[in-house]
Design a protein around this ligand. Structure first.
Ligand code: PLP
Length: 394
């Protein structure tokens, strides 16, 4: 009658969504100001002024069909050229419009590239845990096998020995995500170099390219003096999945891209397969209006300093209370060690104090909770009493 697999996927709500919905119900009972909702990664820092300016200018100066009509399936040429020019001047690379395929955000970018690369049900895609939960959905839906490799929990960098063991002749690619959701960790240059060395060695051993899929929706959200690295500089067979959801606070406008640089082995064919997968998945022509908006906002971001205030507030206060976590260098998440082995039960206990923190099990790693700090700093300050009460339970 219908797809059992899709039914089950639709019926199973994510832990994040569950908590988010619970928070809304609880706010109606105890008042919004008494619920400390750290569940979802919905940016609260407003989109930068350039977004509104671009929208108004486009609405006032362009014909309806130019902003609301279909663009080319792979995205408007001028938009893709604009992004290529920006990337070339920022990262000193040589990209062209035809290296880019515009998408409805990183979720679409990942779904498309995974479908484009998967040839057989034997193909394996490696992910590093903790990982964005939807990777499992996207890989399965592309028809490949999921291979999960735990990160080094000392620092949440990649454990190269474990990764090496996980790579087989069936490995098609590996997804990395830095700055990372949920750990907030940014991969060091050493990690990227070691990863590149390992992938080159394994590609040689198996006589085939191993593709590195770099999922980068948090690329610009880094703190202190952390340098943003251009991953294809380290490993040629890198395909970048980007999104403006977080950097420009536009998650609901669904806009991002896939970048297949020329240095990627079989890059032209992969780009063609990306066009095919976009078609097959019904993702042709990313939202036209927002393609044009983001073109006018290249190099701009929301005010990341505001997330930094939250990061410092939470990290300093929670570690003072005795909570343990790796200091995050990017994104807007804190990955805190659960005070009991079972993070689901820990998160349930937190709910007693209207504190909504996500257990790490869906991220492929047990024993932690994720705190999403893209929230109002006043809520963070109000939440400290609840964090202390939770701490005192153990
Ligand atoms: N990848 C990671 C690591 C994410 O955290 C998210 C969203 O939270 C996505 C991909 C999907 O982003 P988008 O809203 O651009 O589809």
């Amino acid at each position: 009658m219908l797809s059992k697999e899709m039914y089950e996927l639709g019926a199973k709500r994510s832990a994040i969504r569950d908590l988010f919905e619970y928070g809304k119900q609880q706010a109606a009972i105890v008042g919004k100001e008494n619920v400390f909702d750290f569940s979802i990664g919905n940016p609260t820092v407003p989109a930068p002024g350039c977004v509104k300016e671009a929208m108004l200018e486009l609405l006032e100066t362009q014909k309806s069909e130019e902003i609301h009509g279909y663009t080319s399936a792979q995205g408007d040429f001028e938009v893709r050229k604009g992004i290529a020019d920006y990337m070339n001047s920022t990262y000193n690379c040589q990209l062209k419009a035809d290296n880019f395929y515009m998408t409805c955000g990183a979720a679409a970018s990942l779904s498309i590239i995974l479908k484009a690369l998967t040839e057989s049900p034997e193909d394996e895609i490696v992910i590093i845990a903790p990982h964005f939960p939807e990777y499992q959905v996207f890989i399965k839906s592309a028809g490949a096998k999921i291979v999960v490799v735990p990160a080094d929990t000392e620092n949440f960098q990649i454990k190269m020995d474990l990764l090496e063991k996980a790579i087989t002749s069936n490995t098609k690619g590996i997804i990395i995500n830095s700055p990372n959701n949920p750990s907030g960790v940014v991969y060091s240059e050493k990690t990227l170099k070691d990863l590149a060395d390992l992938l080159k060695k394994k590609s040689k051993e198996y006589q085939k390219p191993l593709y590195l899929i770099s999922d980068e929706p948090y690329r610009e959200i880094v703190y202190d003096d952390v340098k943003i690295l251009y991953v294809p500089d380290y490993y040629e067979n890198t395909i970048v999945c980007y999104s403006y959801s977080k950097s420009l606070s536009l998650p609901g406008d669904r806009i991002g891209y896939i970048l297949v640089p020329d240095c990627v082995e079989n890059g032209k064919d992969i780009y063609t397969a990306v066009c095919g997968a976009g078609r097959a998945l019904g993702y042709v022509c990313a939202p036209s209006f927002f393609q044009k908006v983001i073109m006018k906002c290249q190099g701009k971001t929301s005010d990341i300093a505001l997330y930094d205030v939250n990061r410092k507030l939470l990290y300093n206060e929670l570690t003072k209370m005795g909570y343990q976590c790796v200091r995050p260098d990017g994104a807007f998440y804190l990955f805190v060690k659960s005070l009991e082995e079972n993070a689901v039960s820990f998160s349930e206990n937190a709910k007693k104090f209207n504190l909504l923190i996500v257990p790490s099990d869906d991220f492929g790693c047990s024993g932690y909770v994720r705190i999403s700090y893209c929230v109002d700093p006043e809520m963070i300050k109000r939440s400290f009493g609840a964090f202390q009460k939770l701490r005192d339970l153990y």
